[in-house]
Write a protein that binds this ligand. Structure first.
Ligand SMILES: *Cc1c(COP(=O)(O)O)cnc(C)c1O
Length: 388
């Protein structure tokens, strides 16, 4: 424990670091940001150690050419680690692109939605809405299902609510709605013979999953696996090959896949950080262990919320609750602001719900420890007693 400048107790991790000639004490806050979000300390420290001299080359990795053998080895290693952790089959490309998941909202239909065809969308929150409306700028799209009941997204659709057009070019859905805290669990859309496309930005690699279920997966790195600036795309090779060629070359998956994401300069440092996060997952025992921690964290918070339902209200239906982004309300907006302010004083940040929906959001991504979650829950218990 350490006292902050204003005398408040900081709940932050205190980490002693001894470096030659220097003994520093570092206080890191508990970071519940929705994205960019917390990164594993081990991944950050590795970057710190390797920053100035990348493997004896006398310069940082950032200063290396993306075409040189030093960077190339790192690039291959990052892909290999991701392939190993997820058991990505050989007939899938792994790409590291730029432009964020938002760019993929346009690039997916540009590549996969030919003239004369239509694409299906399942909308369970704000990101799905954005993907759907951006695709409209490219071609013909159709809603296969939406759970915008009374203007609020609080659940995923039931199986029989999803009406898939068997001739659709693809079916798109968002596995975890970061803003509304709505996540598919073992009830993801069954697209039949239609290629399934998933925006997995905020729950990518929270557990192991069967890549073969999907034709294309994309995920901005800054939620669960790295810094902003890299978007992972995992796509079936035959789908990439059949992609449209009447679009600019830079936007074709076939271009980037053919050049191993190095058609133009790739985001080298962001990819390096993903490498560090992949290594941390592996060293932690792999995705099965990460999943156990994530489930335990989410259970800790939801059990607490359910036990204190007169003060904290979790709007999302139980079967659709997100393991990654836990959203809830307090009796008044003033109390919500008060909780955010007091939590900050106690060394816990990033709790404000998205500006479009308000409330509180605890993002408990892979890098957020069980200990951090226990601390925020203890804080919330004290807060409810004092303000309830
Ligand atoms: C954050 C997020 C996006 C947008 O990502 P950008 O990198 O800002 O474009 C899209 N989809 C989901 C599910 C997200 O969580």
């Amino acid at each position: 424990m350490q006292h902050g400048a204003d005398g408040s107790i900081r709940a932050a991790d205190l980490t002693h670091r001894v470096t030659p000639g220097k003994d520093t004490i570092m206080a890191r806050v508990l970071n519940f940001n929705a994205g960019p979000a917390a990164l594993p300390l081990a991944a950050l420290e590795k970057a710190q150690q390797e920053m100035l001299d990348w493997q004896g080359t006398g310069m940082s990795l950032m200063e290396h050419s993306h075409r040189g053998k030093d960077y190339d080895a790192l690039h291959q290693q990052t892909i290999a680690l991701m392939r190993e952790l997820l058991s990505i089959p050989e007939d899938y490309h792994v790409m590291f692109l730029q432009g964020g998941a938002s760019q993929q909202f346009a690039v997916v239909p540009m590549n996969l939605l030919p003239a004369g065809k239509s694409a299906d969308y399942v909308v369970t929150g704000a990101w799905g809405q954005k993907a759907f409306s951006e695709a409209k700028n490219v071609g013909t799209v159709r809603l296969a299902a939406t759970t915008e009941d009374n203007k609020a997204f609080v659940r995923v659709p039931k199986k029989d609510e999803i009406k898939v057009d068997p001739n659709a070019a693809y079916l798109h859905f968002t596995s975890n709605e970061t803003i509304h805290g709505v996540q598919f669990h073992d009830n993801e859309p069954d697209a039949g013979g239609v290629p399934l496309v998933c925006d997995m930005s905020s729950d990518f690699m929270w557990r192991k999953f069967d890549v073969k279920r999907y034709s294309l997966i994309y995920a901005g790195a800054q939620k669960n696996i790295g810094p902003a600036g890299v978007t992972v795309v995992i796509a079936r090779k035959d789908l990439v090959e059949k992609g449209r060629t009447d679009i600019p070359k830079i936007f074709r998956y076939s271009t980037q896949a053919g050049e191993n994401s190095m058609y133009n300069t790739c985001p080298t440092f962001g990819i390096y950080m993903i490498r560090n996060v992949m290594q941390w997952i592996k060293d932690s025992g792999g995705l099965d262990q990460i999943e156990k921690w994530n489930r335990e964290k989410a259970k800790t918070v939801y059990d607490f919320l359910d036990a204190h339902g007169s003060f904290y209200r979790a709007p999302v239906q139980k079967d659709s609750r997100s393991v990654m982004n836990i959203v809830f309300r307090l009796p008044t907006e003033d109390l919500e602001a008060k909780l955010i302010a007091e939590a900050k004083k106690a060394g816990m940040v990033g709790l404000k719900g998205h500006r479009s929906v308000g409330g509180i959001r605890i993002s408990a991504y892979n890098a957020v420890s069980l200990e951090a979650v226990s601390k925020i829950v203890a804080f919330m218990e004290t807060f409810a007693k004092a303000n309830g």
